[in-house]
Design a protein around this ligand. Sequence first.
Ligand SMILES: Nc1nc2c(c(=O)[nH]1)N[C@H]1C(S)=C(S)[C@@H](COP(=O)(O)O)O[C@H]1N2
Ligand SMILES: [Mo]
Length: 212
Amino acid sequence: MSVPHVDASTWSLTVEGLVEHPSRLDQEALHALPASRLTAFHECFGNPTAPNVPTRAVANVEWLGVPLARLLDQAVPRPHAAHVWFEGVDRGSFRGSPEHNYLKDLPLDIARREVLLAYEMNDAPLDAEHGFPVRAVVPRMFGTNSVKWLGRIVVSDSRPEHPRPLPRSAEPAGRADPGSVGWAGHGRDRPRFTPCRATSVRAATARRWPRR
Ligand SMILES: Nc1nc2c(c(=O)[nH]1)N[C@H]1C(S)=C(S)[C@@H](COP(=O)(O)O)O[C@H]1N2
Ligand SMILES: [Mo]
């Protein structure tokens, strides 16, 4: 998948699914909402299909944007709502799956508590590479959850069915997806895959130095 260049004049973000009040916001409407700042590390977990290739990278980033909680409060999730899906406008296919949009999900309570819909990064407008016009930022979790180029937020009673073929050891019932969250315990010594969202920083550049 490559960097989509989103036209801000036609772009919108929808909040839909199991909510009393679905909505569609354009960039102006989003920027008109009260914004919050958040500083958090941002770390790529690496590639789940090549877990032994050290592609990890980490940075500390200051974000500005609208807390997802604000949009959820306006939308009013229905009582059986339990998950939030974040869909990017970028599309592609993975290991021969049909083409689909980049899609990640979080439990509703975590999404409400943690997610910032960020449109500024380090005091500058978010650029195309990092998710213009808006991305989800999920602190304390692998970078993969921080969906860039957001187009849809879907409140649901379930996790998405994912079109990707899965490794047998991954998760039962054709549900979930090795790319959707980090996978802890992968590698030769621990062959069982466990989906895992929260991370502690592992990249050497983020460690306290000298180490105590
Ligand atoms: N829509 C979309 N969001 C995405 C991705 C993507 O391919 N498409 N990649 C994810 C991954 S794996 C990481 S590590 C981070 C990288 O964010 P950065 O480009 O700002 O460093 O974005 C995440 N969000
Ligand atoms: Mo990543």
